[in-house]
Design a protein around this ligand. Structure first.
Ligand code: FES
Length: 177
């Protein structure tokens, strides 16, 4: 018989050492696992509560009824209206303003009076919009003439059952017509 076979016999006779879990290990695993499970159970609703509004799909802004169509003229007029806003958990109803008039083709359009220079509020003065802060001027359609780098933004407009409704704000299109 070779020496190798002797060695293998001697190895196979060694007792198998079974590693037992100590009481300390058992307690730490059990308590650690239970604690982790409870912590996760508490954290999931808290994280969901904090993040939920951010994950909600944003609703399109509702249309807001502003004025009777028959009251809109060629000369711009200022109309105030409020919009319900939901920003995360915060809800508000800020008052907004639109200058509403008819373009050359008789279509009704609504301008936002926030100056595109530094955000003051413009006013209609006889033939143009003027900004009191640094002298920006705009045409009736909102095209920027001096100081301001861009035309006044305008609201989407729809007419329904004799009333003018305004919706989302967007870049001015009326001044390009
Ligand atoms: S904010 Fe209107 S001109 Fe400066």
């Amino acid at each position: 018989m070779s020496e190798n076979s002797k060695d293998s016999k001697s190895h196979s006779k060694q007792p198998v050492v079974k590693r037992e879990m100590s009481r300390r290990q058992f307690l730490s695993y059990t308590l650690g696992g239970t604690g982790g499970f409870l912590a996760a159970g508490l954290m999931v609703p808290m994280v969901r509560f904090a993040v939920d509004p951010v994950l909600q799909p944003k609703k399109n802004a509702d249309w807001v009824k502003v004025v009777e169509e028959s009251k809109v003229t060629d000369v711009p007029q200022s109309f105030k209206f409020s919009v319900h806003q939901v920003d995360g958990w915060y809800e508000s109803d800020p008052e907004l303003e639109a200058w509403i008039s008819k373009d050359k083709a008789g279509n009704i359009f609504a301008l936002n009076p926030t100056c595109k220079h530094l955000g003051c509020t413009v006013n209609w003065e006889k033939t143009e919009y003027h900004c009191p802060c640094h002298g920006a001027r705009y045409t009736k359609e909102g095209k920027n003439l001096v100081v301001a780098p861009l035309p006044l933004d305008e609201y989407s407009v729809k007419i329904d059952k004799g009333f003018v409704y305004v919706g989302q704000l967007h870049a001015n299109e009326t001044s390009k017509k």
